[in-house]
Design a protein. Structure first.
Length: 178
């Protein structure tokens, strides 16, 4: 049961982080853009077992593919090295509790997505590195990406925080900034 909870947490975190990562292009960095994340189908059964809800203005759709989308706020700082997003996801892990991940930032130097995280009502003191940004993953039935396309994998920190250290590097999905 503990492993199922960890996988569910991983899938949810993956949705959020994936969305944030896609904003790595200069065109996406401007306010008004949107990042869409397509979840790896292997993570779908676990995700569906968890009560997941979007935190506005984020959006979550479940159909033939699971996608999350988040509006881009713009750049943080004058160096254009961090791209900020609004919205997020909340969910109830298997076995109870609560998790909220919001305000995703994509760090273009570290190729990592971080989020403000609230676990069981307590905000963690530092941004949590959720995903590493890398190569696009092969996902069946993924809609065509007309923007910047990148793959998202779970960080060791996120896997450890979810109680599943062996899941570090797990493919979560692809992000598309259009």
């Amino acid at each position: 049961m503990r492993l199922s909870r960890s996988v569910a947490l991983l899938a949810t975190v993956a949705l959020i982080v994936s969305a944030a990562f896609a904003a790595t292009t200069a065109s996406a960095a401007s306010s008004g853009g949107r990042t869409v994340v397509t979840v790896n189908p292997a993570a779908l059964p676990t995700l569906l077992a968890v009560g997941v809800a979007p935190i506005g203005p984020g959006n979550l759709t479940v159909g033939d593919v699971v996608q999350a989308s988040f509006p881009i706020n713009g750049n943080l700082g004058g160096n254009r090295q961090v791209i900020a997003h609004r919205g997020g996801l909340s969910f109830v892990p298997l076995g109870g509790g609560s998790l909220r991940i919001t305000n995703f930032n994509i760090d273009l130097k570290r190729l990592q997505l971080t989020a403000v995280t609230v676990l069981n009502g307590t905000e963690l003191p530092d941004r949590v590195p959720v995903f590493n940004i890398g190569s696009v993953q092969a996902i069946t039935d993924e809609p065509t990406c007309s923007g910047v396309h990148a793959g998202l994998t779970l960080t060791a920190a996120a896997a450890g925080a979810l109680g599943a250290p062996g899941a570090a590097g797990a493919p979560i999905g692809n992000a598309c900034v259009g």
